[in-house]
Write a protein that binds this ligand. Sequence first.
Ligand SMILES: [Zn+2]
Length: 368
Amino acid sequence: MPKSHSSKRAGKNDRKPSISALVRDIKKQLLSDLQSDPPISTAQLKTKYLGKQGMVTRAMKEIGAVAPEKRSEAGKELNTLKLWAEGQMSRVSETEKMRLDSGIASDDGFDVTAPFPPNTTGSERPGLEPKVGTLHPLTTVGEKAIRIFESMGFHLVEARRLDDDYNSFEALNIPKGHPARDLWDTFWTEDRLIPIPHTSAMQNRILSSVKPPIREIIVGKCFRNEATDASHEHTFYQLEGVYVDKNVTLTDLIGTLSHFMNAFYGRDIKYKIQPSYFPFVEPGLEFLIECLVCGQRGCPFCHYSKWVEVIPCGPIHPNVLRESGLNPDEYSGFAWGLGFDRLVILRNQISDIRLLHSGDLKFLEQFR
Ligand SMILES: [Zn+2]
């Protein structure tokens, strides 16, 4: 600790310095101590300045030697000095507390104002380890699904995030005023683009630009005008498949999807097909699998039906083929739209699909 020259000046045989000079000296000394490297602890500073023999305490005692007419002024100066010194001590003590709260024992170069613990790597510096994130389950599941379809000969295409009326509806046999548009009608931009309601918005481009045989999968984030519940969400990821060749039958569609399901879950998955309606396929079908959340005992996710609709699908409507320049008498094909979100739910027995887009870290940390 640096030696105090002011305490020497205050020695009984020395000529007394003025209170103002004493105050200046003490301030200068304290400011220099506050910047000392390594830092001086609060306890040491308190002893040196505010303790019984501390510099401030001893300066206060000098008041008796001051001429009576100057005593009031000197008293004010000393009190101001004491308050200032106490303020500096409490600031230093706050900083020490923050260091302790951060779990850092060493004072050496630690930046307590950093928004993350940058100085804590290495075993010699115990402290907070930075949190390492992980891929979202939608990403891992999506990638797995893509790999399976690629192994079956499909080629991957990415959907647009916004698309126009023609590709989203008209080219898919959904003319203006068609009631099916209600579910898909969300927000239009000023230049008449819509967040894609389905990855089928890429179908016309693919059918009109790729020469058959066509084996494409399309992945994209889709948006619906949907009343949400445990198994429905307004935003979801879709993996669409488009297959066109000569003599393609419904059996090819069912075989492709059941093979995918078995490969995805690693065992034979029970499935069934039921009729449905989608304007761009004819007939419209639903590919359902056993509810893996409840093991077919019945639960809110499957609406107690024990089955879950996972893939709307069907043979491509002749109007859609014709619109793309393909002759429906020569070519036939099938298409499907698979929601990733449901695959994640079913694989992990999650009871509410809305958790996937919630951004809830407690939920996501389960997938480390
Ligand atoms: Zn269920």
